[in-house]
Design a protein around this ligand. Sequence first.
Ligand code: NDP
Length: 249
Amino acid sequence: MGKLNNKVALITGGNSGIGLATAKLFVQEGAKVVITGRRQEALDQAVTEIGGDVTAILADAADISKTKEVVEKTVSAYGKIDILFANAGVAYFGPHSDITEEFFDSQFNTNVKGPFFLIKEAIPHLNDGAVIIGNTSIVNQKGFDGTSVYTATKAAFRSLSRVLASELKERGIRTVSVAPGPIETPIYGKLGMPQEAVEEMGAGFAQQVPLGRFGAADELAKAVLFLASDDASYVNGVELEVDGGLSQI
Ligand code: NDP
């Protein structure tokens, strides 16, 4: 018997990295899973890779007009939602002095505004006792150079989840976050930085991690499974760091 038998999970950004690894694990644990992403080809590939009960929806997380459709399609495919993993996110770095309004808005739209309104749309369609899981980052507990906008988006989401844990308490809905440290995923190829700079930054991160390495997407997925399952039935409002100890030392 799987840990998520007959549960319905909506995972944004499920065609790559942490979202994809989580979708695979959830299906293995008996869940019916809906994934979203921006690239149809990547979604099709992910559906094949995940196997089992999975549906893909092409939807840009930053496009608020799509949130209703995403929720409706999920509910019409599998019924009411038990797990909402707001995972889709982008990361772009640069010194504070170089930040433009467009740069700021594009990250806030995807990492904060999109999930904010998706959650709002989804709440009436969540089962009582459901769980909302955000994918934040340990950056919001540190002060890494060049991450001002990205860090602010993750801090905003972390704060939102505290409020929702209170506002949704009558329905027994838990709201938590997983905060990854450096995790080996395709996100590092999308930063818009030269490969050499990415490698240098990555080596710097790894050096600071007490375990001395990047984490794997699978290691994140296992933590998300814990938060999503009954094993975490008394875990609410928290942000769980999965970072090899980076945020603690
Ligand atoms: P990936 O780039 O591998 O995955 C990101 C996923 O989000 C993709 O499926 C991508 O879809 C989707 N996505 C991005 N923007 C949008 C959008 N506007 N609309 C819909 N989908 C979108 O990166 P990760 O797996 O590493 O990242 C997942 C989350 O983990 C992010 O929120 C990130 O901030 C967070 N995180 C990652 C860390 C790491 O070290 N990897 C560390 C801390 C936090 P598509 O490919 O179609 O664009």
